[in-house]
Design a protein around this ligand. Sequence first.
Ligand SMILES: Cc1cc2nc3c(=O)[nH]c(=O)nc-3n(C[C@H](O)[C@H](O)[C@H](O)COP(=O)(O)OP(=O)(O)OC[C@H]3O[C@@H](n4cnc5c(N)ncnc54)[C@H](O)[C@@H]3O)c2cc1C
Length: 304
Amino acid sequence: MIYDCLIVGAGPAGLAAALHLAWHGRKTLVLDRRSGPLFYTLSKLENVPGMPGQRGSEIMKNLRTQALEMGAEVSKTSVVKASGELGKFVLESDKGETFEGKTLLLATGVARFHPTVDGDYTQCLAYAGKCNLFYCPDCEAPETEGKDTLVIATGSSAGAIGTLKHLAEHASKLKLLMTSEDVLKDHHEAYLKENKIEMIRGEIAEFVGKKGCLEAVVLKEGQRLSHEAYFVSSPKIPRSDLAAQLGIPVRDSGHAEPKSQRGDTEIPGVWIAGDLRPMTQQVAVALGTGNIAAVHIDQFLISH
Ligand SMILES: Cc1cc2nc3c(=O)[nH]c(=O)nc-3n(C[C@H](O)[C@H](O)[C@H](O)COP(=O)(O)OP(=O)(O)OC[C@H]3O[C@@H](n4cnc5c(N)ncnc54)[C@H](O)[C@@H]3O)c2cc1C
C-alpha cells in the first residue's frame, strides 16, 4: 500500500495536517514514537485560540480523535530512516518495518533539555508546565506577571539573557541561576548589573514542592532558592535528522529550512511543519503550519 502522505510526528502540527488530508480523502498515515511535550507536561495552556485554559493532554486527545474520525491512521512507530523521491518516499522504523508514501510531511518538533539533578531530568517533570515552572516565553511570559521569578538556565548565557529580557516585561523581580558553565559576555554582565538582577551559579540538588507546584530549588551547596515562579531557559534542538537524510538544508540552529512559508522544501514532495521550522514554538503556530502544509500537499496531489 502506498499512502498519499506519510507524516512523521503526531504533535499538533502532524495531527492538524492529518485531519485536513484525511478530510479531503487522502490516504494518510501518521507515525509517532510517543506523544510529545503537550501530552506529558502541560496542565493548562492559556494561549491556544479557541481552547481557553485547556490541558495539553486534552488538546492532544481531541486532535488525535478528530484526525482518526476523518480516516487518518496513527501508528506508534519510531522512524529512523527516510529515503526516496516524489511519488515514492520510504520511511523505515527502528524495527525494520517500511512505509511508502507519495508525499512526506516532517513534523518532528524539537528536543528540549530540562534542568537536571546529577544528570537526571525526571525530577523536574513533576513540575514542568504543571503550576509555576514555565518554559516558553512567547507562550507563558504573562504567567510571571507581578511575581518574583527565578530563571533556571541550562544552556547558553545569551539564551538566559533573552529569557530575562522577555520576563522583565512582566515579573516583579528576577534572579538568574546558571546551571551551565557558559561564560557571560561583557554586555550580558552589564545587562544584569543595570537591571539589578542577581546571578548565581550552581548545580541543582533537589526540586522541592507538592502537587506540581515548585516551592524551592535546592543547590548542591545547600542554598535554597524559593520564588513564586520559575522559568527554564534551555536549548531546544530541532529533530532534523530525517530532513537531513532527505537532503533538506538544515540551518546552524538545527531547524530544517523551508523553501517558502507554505513549508515546502528543496526536495519536491517533502514538507515541514511545526517546531521543526525556524519560527516561534507554539501550539497555534504548529497547528497553522501543519494545516498550511496539508492544504498545499492536497493541491500538489491534485496537480501531479
Ligand atoms: C514544557 C513546555 C511548555 C510549553 N508551553 C506552551 C504553551 O503554554 N503554549 C504553547 O502554545 N506552546 C507551548 N509549548 C510548545 C508546544 O508544546 C510546541 O510548540 C508544540 O507541541 C509543537 O508541535 P509540533 O507538532 O511541531 O511538535 P511536537 O509537539 O514536539 O511533536 C513532535 C512529535 O514527533 C515525534 N517524533 C519526533 N521524531 C520522530 C521520529 N523519528 N519517529 C517518530 N516520531 C517522532 C515526537 O515524539 C513528538 O510526539 C510548550 C512546550 C513545552 C515543552
